[in-house]
Design a protein around this ligand. Structure first.
Ligand SMILES: Nc1nc2c(c(=O)[nH]1)N[C@H]1C(S)=C(S)[C@@H](COP(=O)(O)O)O[C@H]1N2
Ligand SMILES: [Mo]
Length: 331
């Protein structure tokens, strides 16, 4: 619940555990409408805009309208993290290792013109200008829980569409088993590219069924606006059931491969960061537990840690992708 202190002009969060009752009911009504197939895009974006208005400041970036979200379970009832936190507490090592560095330095990133090359084992390799990528499928708004391997989490309203829409366009060959994501590495604008922290460019990978899962998002915006540079403009990957580092920012190449691709963090420390990196409270990081998490924006005096959920709470949607796999071995 938010108490508005009109005279002093700030909001004081009393209980940030859940959304307020009225918001809860509105969101629930919205979900019911969605389930009945009765809500149009306008209705959905009205409902979510209302929800966001409670926790976020008015933006300053270009608006990016998102229509209704059609994926069951993709909408969390949890309150979105304030925009201010989501855009100033970041990991984007190309711009520095401190959480405040990306917001400070990423203004140097040049996002126009931008091209994404989709290549490898596909029938139709394509080079997409960003403008064309934006038009490839209808934009949706998806409010996802996100969890960093460092033990903190956020709730972010992303704008984008399922990566599967792009995958289908290029027609992967039968031999394509994995997708590799390569991000920009530009020494001129990114002060830490060339440092020895990681083997640049930052890359990530998914198995084909993970890439095709409807929850997996190609994201162009958040909070109804285009992505701030520090959050991975102009286009990034969002995979909400995996640790944050799988969510590669500022994508330049999407490559279909037969062999499991290397990933930047796996190359840096294979015993700490596996290829799968599914959120799993039962598999501790070698240097710390993964059983609980701190929700960013809630770190006040009374904030208590949350229990981390298997697959970050998306088990019903993605659990079957890993049926029969030993999740302690494939961490
Ligand atoms: N290119 C690139 N992508 C990246 C990273 C990075 O350092 N470089 N950091 C990852 C990590 S560790 C996290 S937790 C998320 C953070 O995303 P956010 O800042 O939008 O919350 O981005 C991921 N994507
Ligand atoms: Mo992370």
């Amino acid at each position: 619940m938010l108490i508005r202190t009109q005279n002093q002009g700030y909001d004081h969060a009393i209980s940030s555990e859940i959304t307020s009752a009225s918001l809860y009911h509105r969101r629930r009504d919205w979900l019911r409408l969605m389930a009945a197939g009765a809500a149009g895009g306008a209705m959905a974006s009205w409902a979510s805009r209302e929800a966001l208005a409670q926790t976020t400041r008015p933006g300053k970036l270009a608006p990016l309208p998102g229509g209704k979200s059609v994926v069951t379970g993709a909408v969390t009832m949890e309150k979105p993290t304030p925009y201010e936190d989501a855009s100033t507490y970041n990991n984007y090592y190309e711009f520095g290792t401190d959480k405040a560095d990306p917001a400070r330095n990423a203004h140097r990133l040049k996002t126009t013109p931008w091209t994404v090359s989709v290549e490898g084992l596909v029938k139709k390799p394509m080079q997409f200008a960003l403008e064309d990528l934006l038009k490839l499928a209808p934009m949706e708004e998806r409010i996802y829980r996100m969890r960093c391997v460092e033990g903190w989490s956020m709730v972010i309203p992303w704008v984008g569409y399922s990566l599967s829409a792009l995958v289908k366009k290029v027609e992967p060959l039968g031999s394509a088993k994995y997708v590799e994501f390569v991000t920009l590495a530009d020494r001129k604008t990114m002060p830490f590219v060339g440092s020895r922290i990681l083997d640049w460019p930052y890359t990530e990978g998914l198995r084909m069924d993970e890439a095709l899962h409807p929850l997996t998002l190609l994201s162009f915006g958040m909070y109804g606006e285009v992505l701030p540079n520090q959050n991975g403009a102009p286009v990034r990957l969002v995979v909400p059931w995996k640790y944050g580092f799988k969510n590669a920012k500022s994508l330049v190449t999407i490559r279909f491969t037969e062999q499991q691709p290397g990933t930047a963090w796996n190359k840096a420390a294979a015993n700490e960061y596996g290829f799968y990196s599914n959120v799993n409270p039962d598999v501790p990081h070698p240097r710390w537990s993964q059983a609980t998490e701190r929700r960013i924006g809630e770190d006040g005096l009374f904030a208590k840690k949350r229990k981390t959920l298997i697959f970050n709470g998306y088990e019903a949607q993605v659990g079957q992708l890993y049926a029969g796999m030993d999740l302690k071995k494939f961490y």
